[in-house]
Design a protein around this ligand. Structure first.
Ligand code: DGL
Length: 264
């Protein structure tokens, strides 16, 4: 099999997709990557489906110009609103992320699952289809995480305002008896330190990062795009807002690879 050392492309409305980047590069350490943080346009969750498609297209074009061999749409909102358009338009393989409601439905014992996601994800046709197919016999309690992404993008993921919002959003679910919480936005794994403090210890918290990494590996294998063991992997991160913010969510040795650009 031929080795393909072109990078895997990632995009998100901001820093959230770095939670997916970490899972993918952990599973596939030999792969190079290029990451797009469209922080100037965050949050996507409050935008119309047409706007989300247009933003996803311009991010994809930047990544393709950079030579990406496969694109990970590291954003639930962009996946659920735009991945079908992207697949129809471009020849590279796309991996998307959707809220992990299927594993949640399989693992819940109380039969009650909470889901925190953006308005854009919860309102999308793809999410409705996935929910319908995978949650029979389970009560899915959906909650928009309004305000969370802007606070995380402002660097306040550990602050009191986030804590208060989370309490407001999660207390009603807890009162209804959920034993499983799905984090349906790639920014939300960065709320885990606060979630740990405010959720009962038995509560299972799920996200889809590991599943995305596995699917990336599967598609790279199927399309014969794996980098193999040749050479050293390279990583580069682009943001159209503050490099200092994105750098905080990137492993220390790679922080010098974070660049500002207005090209997307
Ligand atoms: N990380 C994006 C997601 O997974 C955040 C969406 C937003 O910008 O509102 O949904």
């Amino acid at each position: 099999m031929k080795a393909n050392t072109a990078p895997i492309g990632f995009f998100d409305s901001g820093i959230g997709g770095t939670s997916i980047w970490s899972a993918v590069t952990h599973l596939l350490p030999q792969e190079s990557t290029v990451y797009v943080a469209d922080s100037a346009n965050a949050p996507y969750g409050e935008k119309s489906p047409e706007e989300i498609v247009a933003l996803s297209v311009k991010n994809t074009e930047f990544l393709l110009d950079y030579g990406a061999k496969l694109i990970v749409v590291a954003c639930n909102t962009a996946t659920t609103n735009a991945i079908a358009s992207l697949r129809a338009r471009y020849p590279v393989p796309f991996v998307g992320i959707e809220p992990a409601i299927k594993p949640a439905a399989l693992q819940t014992k109380s039969g009650k699952v909470g889901l925190l996601a953006t308005k854009g994800t919860l309102g999308s046709a793809l999410f409705h289809k996935t929910a319908l197919e995978n949650t029979s016999g389970v009560e899915l309690i959906e909650q928009e995480g309004a305000g969370l992404v802007p606070l995380i993008e402002a660097g306040f993921e550990q602050g009191d305002e986030v804590r208060q919002l989370l309490q407001t959003y999660l207390n009603p679910m807890l009162e209804k008896g959920i034993d499983t919480l799905v984090l349906g936005c790639t920014h939300y794994p960065y709320l885990k330190p606060i979630l740990k403090e405010i959720l009962p210890p038995h509560l299972l918290v799920l996200d889809a990062a590991a599943a995305v990494a596995k699917q990336t590996q599967t598609l790279l294998t199927q399309h014969e795009l794996l980098a193999g063991g040749l050479g050293e992997s390279k990583h580069v991160f682009f943001t159209n807002k503050q490099t200092a913010l994105l750098a905080r969510f990137v492993p220390a040795p790679l922080q010098e690879q974070v660049y500002f650009t207005s090209d997307f």
